[in-house]
Write a protein that binds this ligand. Structure first.
Ligand code: HEM
Length: 406
């Protein structure tokens, strides 16, 4: 009612005559035809938009007080580390903004990993949504880059050593390796120039992300949403307008998310060292390597793949391939049926794939022991086997009968 009133207001009509704003809002938001059977797994897309907004806004406020310098103050700490402490102790509600941003980073990955998992389970990557999926993978890579750059900024022990380990990996690449490593670091070792360029990129990437998300949603609106059955929906028959049906459903998802998010922000911002590592409360010291260096949980699956190989170059190639293969997913899966609901073999494979990613994540976060290393290697083998098996599954899989309409 309120939205309808707003769209019919004289101001909206005045704007519409000059910009088509009302027509666009109707076509892409309120009247947008959406499959009538979407479940709550389809709420993670709009949630991801919300968390991206939280991250950009809290980041802008943090940047007003944060200082990207590794130079030492008279107190014996770097300017960057000191500025983060000042945000936590002196700036009004600085602690809240910092925790919103740090917890928001983990929340963003939880939401986006659920969104990707939904896409894989229900075959949303399959034609005609290949481009939508590819744009999604680009978003994922930019998100991972942004998180990695951001983690250096507090200039704590884990910031410094994490950046040292990861930038070292680039050095393993033949021919361009040392050039790339130096380019990233802005010198031979991680130091003040590294902090400056990481801060610059950490600010730039989310804005880029916002633009690419615009392209992602545009691509979605060209081909329209998939649904839990994976069956094509014919407009008018199986669709309902986005508003009020999905605005209300998504609002419920937002409410549940905000309750959980606020609980963690206010009561457990470090979440047992998973969201903010304890070592990062110790100022960076280039003469003291922490006993255990690991990235934050959302990067650990790929870190385990890297560590599964004795040879550093092979590890780097495998890690790159494990992300690059996501681009190929729409082309590897040849089945005509989309949703795992009707694909018994694919369903088992996908569930095992999700378990293997969780196991990889666990192994990457833990102190490596020979047993964990072996488990990590087995999970790595299955991760790749999933993609290798995909082109052949449809040849022997007996799919269940699909509904004619949703
Ligand atoms: C900033 C991160 C992202 C945002 C804000 C975002 C936003 C959205 C939104 C609003 C939708 C429509 C609602 C829905 O279907 O859930 C959507 C759909 C989709 N997204 Fe994303 N997305 C993000 C990341 C990704 C990533 C990383 C991937 C895959 C690698 C991906 C793949 C897809 C696919 C395949 C669909 C269509 C789903 C369907 O129709 O079943 N997205 N996205």
């Amino acid at each position: 009612m309120v939205i309808e009133k707003m769209l019919n207001s004289r101001l909206a009509q005045w704007l519409d005559e000059r910009s088509d704003i009302v027509k666009l809002t109707r076509a892409h938001l309120t009247d947008y035809p959406t499959p009538k059977n979407l479940n709550y797994m389809w709420s993670f897309g709009s949630l991801a938009m919300l968390v991206l907004t939280i991250q950009i806004l809290s980041g802008i406020f943090l940047a007003m007080y944060y200082k990207p310098s590794a130079m030492m103050t008279s107190g014996g700490y770097s300017v960057a580390f000191d500025s983060v402490e000042r945000i936590m102790r002196d700036v009004n509600f600085g602690w809240l903004i910092r925790y919103m941003h740090a917890v928001g980073a983990s929340a963003f990955f939880i939401v986006v990993y659920m969104h990707i998992g939904r896409g894989i389970y229900y075959g949303s990557y399959k034609g005609p949504r290949e481009l939508l999926w590819i744009i999604g993978v680009v978003i994922l890579l930019i998100m991972q880059g942004t998180a990695f750059f951001g983690y250096l900024l507090p200039w704590g022990q884990m910031s410094f050593w994490g950046a040292t380990v990861i930038t070292n990996l680039f050095g393993a690449l033949p021919v361009i390796g040392s050039f790339l490593q130096e380019l990233l670091r802005g010198g031979f070792a991680v130091g003040d120039p590294t902090l400056n360029r990481f801060f610059s990129l950490h600010y730039l990437f989310p804005l880029l992300l916002a633009a690419i998300v615009g392209g992602h949603v545009h691509a979605l609106h060209v081909v329209h949403s998939n649904n839990p059955t994976g069956v094509d929906v014919h407009e008018g028959k199986g669709t309902i307008p986005f508003h009020p049906y999905y605005t209300v459903k998504d609002a419920f998802g937002v409410g549940v998310f905000l309750i959980l998010y606020c609980y963690v922000v206010f009561f457990h911002p470090q979440l047992g060292g998973y969201f903010i590592e304890v070592d990062n409360y110790v100022a960076a010291d280039n003469l003291q390597t922490p006993s255990h260096i690991a990235p934050v949980w959302y990067l650990t699956p790929w870190y385990t793949i890297l560590r599964s190989f004795e040879n550093k170059l092979l590890g780097v190639i495998a890690m790159g391939a494990s992300l690059a293969v996501l681009f190929l997913l729409p082309f590897l899966d040849r089945s005509k049926v989309r949703s795992a609901r009707y694909r018994p073999v694919f369903r088992q494979m996908v569930i095992l794939f999700f378990i293997s990613v969780l196991v990889l994540g666990y192994c990457g976060h833990s102190v490596p022991t020979p047993t964990l290393k072996l488990i990590g290697q087995l999970a790595t083998i299955y991760y790749f086997a999933f993609f290798f098996m995909l082109p052949f599954v449809h040849k022997f899989e007996k799919t269940r009968p699909l509904p004619e309409e949703i």
